[in-house]
Design a protein around this ligand. Structure first.
Ligand code: SAM
Length: 392
């Protein structure tokens, strides 16, 4: 159904655009585009771009506003978020935009040269840096590069990255609180090596971790993650354990260290996260002799939606509380509901979260009870058991 807040009108198209999930949650009452998308498309139309048969690289397109509007051209949609890819595909279908789009995960490199590169400024500076460096071999003197973002998220360091890696840049006037960055390409031939993935050693848990540019908690152990790890002496045994929203995989890897015989599954909607978790898992000295089947245990999925996991003994989860710059606990709720389904009778979900997020209320509603494993002034570790008889 088309709502007034789902009609996206630009000089290129009139589209009915939705976020994922589209189940009436808060996410769905928010628009699937922002003023930076509109500003970029209006600017392109004023400049009579793109030219016929242009090759476009569209980077970090949130829910397909840019790719959907420009789908008559040859579009590569390069993104670290599976959810963004899924939302874009669903929006293309909804609007009968049938021209094929190349959906490229952030962990793969684009191929060929592009005439126009559109970049939605991502939340992490590191991801932008990695993308600009990786982009260099795929642009030439004629490539037009335009980035866009909401003023509140744009820092001078964003523009500095364009200056450092691509060439001199200018910005547009702000319009509806959005702004564009126009970059030249004169520095494209200067060699630059991406500093990502980054390598760190966490001495408190004796673990080497490598992680790609967009992965949660670079350079330090997240306080919530660390707090859950401190409770691992109480971790229930399990044959099949899931690290849901795995990031660099630290929770699952530490569970495996403690229970070497368990079968582990690492799930994240970020391509970079899953690849980092996979690399870290196999890089652990004591995990070198893994069976081939372990390769199938690293899944890029929106919560558990793209998996067939069932009969799980234990799910470890440090849920996100934002997506696409929006603070929202719908993903945590989705993770809890799908965890409940995937757990076997008696299986347990372990959750760590900021105390103020009130996850215990949600878990209690879903599982009928919720036990506090540990708490301190900021974080709580909670346990919910499927069909447990020990209601508290
Ligand atoms: N488990 C890691 C740790 O403790 O360091 C990362 C926790 S971080 C707070 C939350 C993770 O959830 C991020 O890696 C994020 O990419 C992932 N995530 C966000 N939305 C997701 C979704 N819909 N499905 C799966 N993973 C998601």
């Amino acid at each position: 159904m088309q709502h007034s807040n789902s009609l996206f009108q630009t000089p290129f198209a009139e589209l009915d655009l939705h976020r994922i999930p589209s189940d009436g949650s808060q996410a769905n009452s928010l628009r699937a585009w922002d003023a930076a998308d509109e500003l970029m498309l209006n600017h392109l139309a004023q400049q009579q771009l793109p030219e016929v048969s242009s090759k476009l690289l569209i980077i970090n397109d949130g829910f397909g506003a840019l790719s959907g509007s420009l789908s008559d051209y040859s579009v590569t949609n390069w993104n670290d978020s599976l959810i963004s890819h899924l939302a874009c595909k669903a929006n293309l279908k909804r609007n009968q935009r049938t021209a094929p789009i190349d959906f490229l995960p952030s962990t793969a490199k684009p191929s060929g040269l592009f005439d126009l590169v559109l970049i939605k400024i991502p939340k992490t500076l590191a991801l932008l840096e990695h993308q600009l460096i990786t982009l260099k071999p795929h642009i030439n003197d004629h490539t037009v590069i335009i980035a866009g973002g909401m003023v509140k998220y744009l820092q001078t360091s964003h523009q500095q990255l364009f200056e450092k890696y691509l060439g001199s840049s200018t910005t547009s006037l702000a319009r509806k609180k959005a702004r564009l960055i126009f970059s030249t390409t004169e520095r494209r031939q200067q060699a630059s090596q991406s500093p990502y993935p980054l390598n760190n050693y966490y001495s408190q848990i004796d673990l080497h971790i490598s992680q790609h540019a967009n992965v949660f908690s670079k350079n330090k152990l997240d306080i919530g993650t660390g707090f859950m790890l401190q409770q691992f002496d109480q971790l229930p045994d399990g044959n099949r354990i899931v690290d849901l929203g795995c990031g660099n995989g630290i929770l699952g890897i530490m569970a495996k260290r403690q229970q070497p015989k368990c079968q582990l599954y690492f799930i994240d909607e970020s391509y970079m996260a899953v690849e980092s978790a996979r690399n870290n898992y196999f890089n652990q000295n004591n995990l070198q002799s893994q069976q081939a089947e372990d390769k199938d245990n690293f899944l890029v999925s929106n919560c558990l939606e793209q998996t067939t996991l069932a009969d799980i003994d234990l799910i470890l989860c440090n849920p996100p509380f934002h997506h696409a710059n929006t603070v929202d606990d719908h993903i945590a709720w989705q993770m809890f509901k799908q965890s409940y389904k995937a757990l076997k009778q008696g299986g347990r979900l372990w959750v760590v979260g900021n105390r103020h997020l009130g996850y215990h209320v949600k878990l209690k509603r879903l599982f009928g009870h919720c036990k506090t494993v540990a708490s301190h002034h900021k974080f709580v570790v909670l346990e919910a058991q499927k069909n447990s008889l020990n209601l508290d």
